[in-house]
Write a protein that binds this ligand. Structure first.
Ligand SMILES: Nc1ncnc2c1ncn2[C@@H]1O[C@H](COP(=O)(O)OP(=O)(O)OP(=O)(O)O)[C@@H](O)[C@H]1O
Ligand SMILES: [Mg+2]
Length: 478
């Protein structure tokens, strides 16, 4: 539920529930009171009832002979009053349609009830709202009666009681539900928001490592998620920034270090020409050619550095598409054919029968991988008859390319480090070509293709570089 709707609902719910419960309680207590009141008829014991009726009977015998005026004499009335009070009864004297005397105060409704009961013989009438049994004793005068009333036990409970019970119930239910809801709101909204506030404060102080837990509901939960996202993004961007910085300082230091040697020698050769040390045109040409070679080397180094740096910062776009890897490798090797012939290298291409031959590839960028590995295989070979075997096999999930040479090999310690940037074995270092970035670039490109690269080598015998790339399964869109 959205927060606003929720809060609205939470406001209405206690009122409605409290109202319903109070209503039910009201009706139940009302019903109980009514049954209690009506069953109070049985409160009077049988003895008392008999005694009462005995008194009535005696009064009937003695008074029915009297006229109204005789009855109305004060000492008789006093006697009647005393007798009736003993059995908890009252009376009224009726002459015609008028009540001329009574032992209790009667209102107009009571009078009507009494007069009515002379005509319609009800079992019971209501006097002052109380159920009352009555007895009519006709007097000697015409249309004159002694009207005896016996109220059943006074109403035990007032009708206000159910209302009061209902109101109290309403208040108790309303207050307890409100307390429950406010606890719930505190737990689900206010506490999480407070924690979020602390988390935001931590973030603003640069403390980005503590995870913001998802809690609460609705918008609060979304806010937690959003803030956690923000924290992750911020952390990423800061670590990327740090990587940029360290990368830059690394490049600066390695550029200055690695460029120093060729630049010094270029400087030396050019000074040789300027100073006249190279005093013949042939010598001058030789000096210039050497300087030129070194310049090309510097150029390559700078290119490699830039490429590596871009790959490392993942700034280089890759355009992947499904490519027939077997055909791609065959074509790629063909391009190196001349160089291989020049170096008198024996090439063998072994491509097994492949069920699936497609991988996702950026053809242009991956060519750099093939080129670097073949270059290394040709370069680091001191054998009389250098050999290069290129194999392509298939596993269940990948295609595996193996480039195997019979070159100088790599010792065990170095195999773990040849993919590091600027790493060159001592032997390679002495040759003083290349930047030492070749395999580092290769590794970056392979990993960008979600592939893996590793090396198997034994010193003096030869080296195998292996690359596995995930196969594209299913139909290939062209
Ligand atoms: N086929 C191989 N046989 C023997 N050693 C190799 C082979 N391939 C690479 N190496 C070793 O691994 C090191 C790193 O290779 P990498 O290609 O990264 O750099 P590089 O060849 O020295 O320079 P670059 O390729 O940038 O011109 C090499 O210096 C070499 O010592
Ligand atoms: Mg190389």
């Amino acid at each position: 539920l959205r927060l606003t709707r929720r809060v609205l609902l939470l406001n209405i719910v206690p009122v409605v529930i409290a109202f319903i419960i109070a209503g039910v309680v009201y009706f139940i207590s009302m019903a109980m009171i009514v049954t209690l009141s009506s069953s109070s008829r049985e409160v009077e014991s049988i003895e008392k009832t008999m005694q009462r009726h005995a008194v009535y009977a005696q009064l009937e015998i003695e008074l029915s002979k009297l006229t109204v005026d005789e009855l109305n004499a004060s000492q008789i009335i006093d006697a009647i009053t005393v007798h009736l009070k003993q059995v908890n009864s009252d009376f009224a004297i009726i002459d015609g349609q008028i009540i001329i005397a009574s032992s209790i105060v009667l209102n107009r409704i009571d009078v009507n009830q009494i007069l009515n009961s002379l005509t319609f013989q009800h079992e019971m009438i209501q006097i002052s709202g109380i159920n009352t049994e009555y007895k009519v004793i006709p007097l000697a005068s015409k249309q004159a009666y002694l009207f005896i009333m016996h109220p059943f036990q006074k109403q035990l409970f007032s009708l206000w009681i159910p209302a009061i019970i209902a109101i109290v119930t309403f208040l108790i239910v309303f207050i307890s539900i409100s307390i429950y809801i406010s606890r719930k709101i505190t737990n689900e909204i206010i506490r999480p928001v407070e924690r979020l506030k602390q988390a935001a404060a931590q973030i603003s102080e640069g403390e980005l490592d503590s995870v913001i837990t998802e809690e609460g509901e609705g918008e609060v939960l979304e806010l937690c998620k959003a803030l956690e996202q923000m924290r992750i993004k911020l952390k990423e961007s800061i670590s990327l920034q740090q990587k940029y910085d360290s990368n830059r300082s690394f490049l600066v230091s390695s550029i200055s270090h690695d460029l120093k040697t060729p630049v010094t020698s270029i400087k030396g050769y050019i000074e040789g020409i300027l100073d006249g040390v190279a005093n013949t045109p042939d010598k001058q040409k030789a000096y210039l050619l050497t300087a030129h070679r070194k310049t090309i080397l510097i150029h390559t180094m700078i290119e490699d550095l830039l490429l590596y740096s871009k790959l490392d910062l993942r700034q280089l776009p890759f355009h992947m598409q499904p490519i027939d890897f077997a055909a791609y490798i065959t074509d790629g090797v063909q391009e190196h054919y001349n160089l291989m012939q020049m170096k008198n290298l024996k090439l063998e291409l072994q491509i097994n029968e492949l069920k699936e031959r497609h991988v996702l590839l950026d053809g242009d960028r991956f060519m750099r991988v093939v080129q670097n590995i073949i270059d290394n295989a040709i370069h680091y070979n001191d054998k009389e008859s250098p050999e290069l075997t290129i194999m392509l096999r298939e596993t269940y999930t990948s295609l595996v390319l193996e480039v195997k040479d019979n070159g100088i090999g790599i010792n065990q310690e170095d195999t773990e480090r040849i993919f590091d940037r600027f790493y060159r074995s001592d032997k390679a270092r002495s040759v003083e070509t290349g930047s030492g970035l070749g395999l580092a670039i290769v590794k970056q490109i392979v990993e960008e293709h979600k592939g893996e690269i590793w090396v198997k080598s034994s010193e003096g015998i030869g080296t195998s570089i292996l690359i596995s790339l995930p196969k594209v399964k299913g139909e290939i869109r062209k």
